[in-house]
Design a protein around this ligand. Structure first.
Ligand code: FES
Length: 119
């Protein structure tokens, strides 16, 4: 059985370049929370179904719980903490912020489509 060794990886999170020493299959969620201390991104189902772990990757909502960190090297990652510094269109930011806030708060009654359509 082979296991991947941790490797130094450069990420851009909330406009800041950061270095993390992790295995490539480590979920982005754990890198954000455990390595970078960005606790606004939450764990919910861990299955890519609930959206509690949403972040923006190059402006697109992405489940960080099932996104290997190796797949986001070279992208712009935005967490709920970084929405104020993001250069995206204000309407996109408002919708993304609502989704990230609602999902991070654990309110699973509001679905993403309802929040996006409200704008
Ligand atoms: S924790 Fe539920 S989709 Fe990621």
């Amino acid at each position: 059985m082979t296991s991947e060794q941790p490797v130094q990886r450069s990420l851009t999170v909330n406009g800041q370049r950061v270095e993390v020493h992790v295995e490539g299959q480590t979920a982005l969620l754990y890198v954000l929370r455990n390595h970078l201390g960005l606790k606004g991104t939450r764990f919910g189902c861990g299955l890519g179904a609930c959206g509690a772990c949403y972040v923006l990757v190059d402006g697109r909502p992405t489940y960080s719980c099932d996104t290997p960190v190796s797949t986001v090297v070279g992208t712009e990652i935005t967490t709920v903490e970084g929405l104020g510094a993001c250069d995206a269109h204000p309407v996109i930011l408002a919708a993304a912020g609502a989704v990230l806030f609602v999902r991070s708060a654990g309110d699973r009654q509001v679905r993403t489509a309802e929040v996006v359509d409200a704008g």
